[in-house]
Design a protein around this ligand. Structure first.
Ligand SMILES: Cc1cc2nc3c(=O)[nH]c(=O)nc-3n(C[C@H](O)[C@H](O)[C@H](O)COP(=O)(O)OP(=O)(O)OC[C@H]3O[C@@H](n4cnc5c(N)ncnc54)[C@H](O)[C@@H]3O)c2cc1C
Length: 372
C-alpha cells in the first residue's frame, strides 16, 4: 500500500512526488510512456515570470517564479542553468506593456549585454525590452531526479477504483491518495465540467556558429548557447492533437516556422537542426491552473440542488471524490508553476491547508452547474 499514487510523470507529477518523498511518504508514480515524455519532455523549460501589465495569472506567475527559481537553484542546481533573460516586445502594444511592467516591477532589471546587442536583428533592437536574472531547467533530468525514491511504473492507468478506504489502480496497486497529473493527454476521470485545451508545441535544438549569452523571448524563445547548441521553441498549434489527428504532424513545417521566427530576433548563422521535441501543453479555459479535489458532479447536483444557482456558491457544500486531487492546466508555464503548486497541494493533502478557490477545479463545476 502506497501513501500516494501519482498518474503522469511530467513536471507536475514529478514535483508532487518530490514533495511527498521529502515528507518520508511511500510514493508510486505511473506514466504510460516514461518520465517527462509528454509536454514536459518537449519544453524549453525556461523559468520566467509573465511580462504583462496586470492580472491574476501574472500575479500568480510572479510568486511562482520567485519560489521556483529558488527551488531549482537550491534542490537541483545540477539541472538548473542561471541565465540572464531578455524579453523583447513584439509590437507597439507590447512595447507599452513592457514599459509599464518595468515601472512597476520589484525585480532588479538588467541591460542587454553588448555581445548580444550586436547580434540582434534591426527590428529587435528598436523594441522595448525587459531583462532580468532567470533560468532554464534541464527538463528530462530534473523530472528523473525528482522521482528518485519513488516507485516508477511504466504503465497506462486504465482503472481507478475506490475500495472502502483506498484506491486500487489497474487492479494491481493500492494507495490512500491519488493525484491526477495527466496533462492534456488523458483525463482518467470523466467529469463534464473538466475541460482542458491541448496546445501542440514543437521545439528544436540547433547548432550555429554564433554564441548567444542569454535566454531571449520574442516571437519564440531562444536559449543561451551550450557547447555550440541552442534550443528554439516553441510553436503553438491548436489544430494538431497526437491522439485525435489522422494525419502525421508536419515536422519540416514546424522547423521552418521556428527558424523563421527566431531569425526575426537574432542573426543566426550556419544553422543545422539536430533534434526535434514535440508535445502538448494543457491549458484551462480561464488560463489559471487547476489544483485540488474533484467534485462528484452527479452527487453534488442531487445534494446541493437548491444552492447551485446562487451568485457566490459555497464550494465546501459540494461532494468530492475521496482522497483524489488533480494538478493540471499550467499552459506554457509548467516549469514555473509545478514546484509552487506541488508544495500547495502537498500541504493540502497532508495538513488540510486550504487551496485558493481561484485555482480549485470546483470553480468549473460551479460554472457548469449554473449553465445547466
Ligand atoms: C514545446 C513546448 C515548450 C514549452 N516551453 C516551456 C517553457 O519554456 N517553460 C515552461 O514553464 N513551460 C513550458 N512548456 C509548458 C510545459 O511543458 C507544460 O506546462 C508542462 O509540461 C505540463 O506538465 P504536466 O506534468 O502537467 O504534463 P505532461 O508533461 O504532459 O505530463 C503528463 C503525463 O501524463 C501521462 N499520462 C496521461 N494519461 C496517463 C495514464 N492514463 N496513465 C499513465 N500516464 C498517463 C502522459 O504520458 C504524460 O507523460 C512548454 C510546452 C511545450 C509543449
Amino acid at each position: 500500500m502506497y501513501d500516494i499514487a501519482i498518474i503522469g510523470a511530467g513536471i507536475n507529477g514529478c514535483s508532487v512526488a518530490y514533495e511527498f518523498i521529502k515528507e518520508g511518504k511511500r510514493v508510486i508514480i505511473f506514466d504510460k510512456e516514461g518520465i517527462a515524455s509528454g509536454g514536459s519532455g518537449a519544453a524549453g523549460a525556461f523559468v520566467s515570470p509573465k511580462f504583462s501589465k496586470a492580472g491574476e495569472l501574472k500575479e500568480m506567475l510572479h510568486s511562482a517564479f520567485l519560489y521556483s527559481y529558488d527551488f531549482y537553484d537550491k534542490n537541483f542546481p545540477q539541472n538548473f542553468t542561471k541565465a540572464q533573460l531578455v524579453h523583447i516586445a513584439k509590437d507597439e502594444a507590447d512595447d507599452e506593456a513592457l514599459h509599464i511592467y518595468k515601472q512597476n516591477t520589484q525585480l532588479p532589471l538588467q541591460k542587454i549585454p553588448i555581445d548580444l546587442q550586436i547580434q540582434l536583428s534591426e527590428d529587435a533592437k528598436k523594441r522595448e525590452y525587459v531583462s532580468i536574472d532567470a533560468g532554464v531547467v534541464d527538463a528530462q533530468r530534473v523530472c528523473n531526479d525528482m522521482v528518485c525514491g519513488a516507485k516508477f511504473v511504466k504503465e497506462k492507468v486504465e482503472t481507478l477504483i475506490f475500495d472502502d478506504d483506498f484506491w486500487v489502480i489497474n487492479e494491481s496497486y493500492s494507495a490512500r491518495n491519488v493525484v491526477l497529473a495527466t496533462g492534456a493527454y488523458d483525463m482518467l476521470i470523466k467529469e463534464p465540467y473538466i475541460k482542458l485545451r491541448g496546445v501542440w508545441g514543437h521545439r528544436i535544438d540547433i547548432t550555429t556558429t554564433i554564441q548567444n549569452p542569454c535566454s531571449i523571448h520574442q516571437y519564440v524563445s531562444i536559449s543561451p548557447s551550450d557547447e555550440g547548441k541552442i534550443a528554439i521553441g516553441a510553436t503553438h498549434n491548436v489544430h494538431f492533437h497526437p491522439e485525435k489527428n489522422k494525419e502525421a504532424y508536419d515536422i519540416e513545417q514546424g522547423r521552418a516556422e521556428l527558424l523563421q521566427k527566431a531569425a526575426k530576433t537574432l542573426n543566426l548563422e550556419n544553422v543545422e537542426v539536430i533534434q526535434d521535441y514535440m508535445g502538448l501543453r494543457s491549458g484551462s479555459f480561464d488560463y489559471l491552473p487547476m489544483l485540488g479535489s474533484l467534485v462528484l458532479s452527479n452527487e453534488t447536483l442531487l445534494t446541493c440542488k437548491g444552492s447551485l444557482h446562487v451568485k457566490k456558491p459555497d464550494y465546501s457544500e459540494y461532494v468530492y471524490y475521496p482522497n483524489l486531487t488533480m494538478i493540471n492546466g499550467s499552459g506554457g508555464y509548467g516549469f514555473v508553476l509545478a514546484p509552487y503548486l506541488a508544495k500547495i497541494l502537498t500541504e493540502h493533502i497532508l495538513h488540510g491547508k486550504k487551496i485558493s478557490e481561484r485555482i480549485s477545479p470546483a470553480r468549473f463545476f460551479a460554472r457548469w452547474a449554473k449553465r445547466r
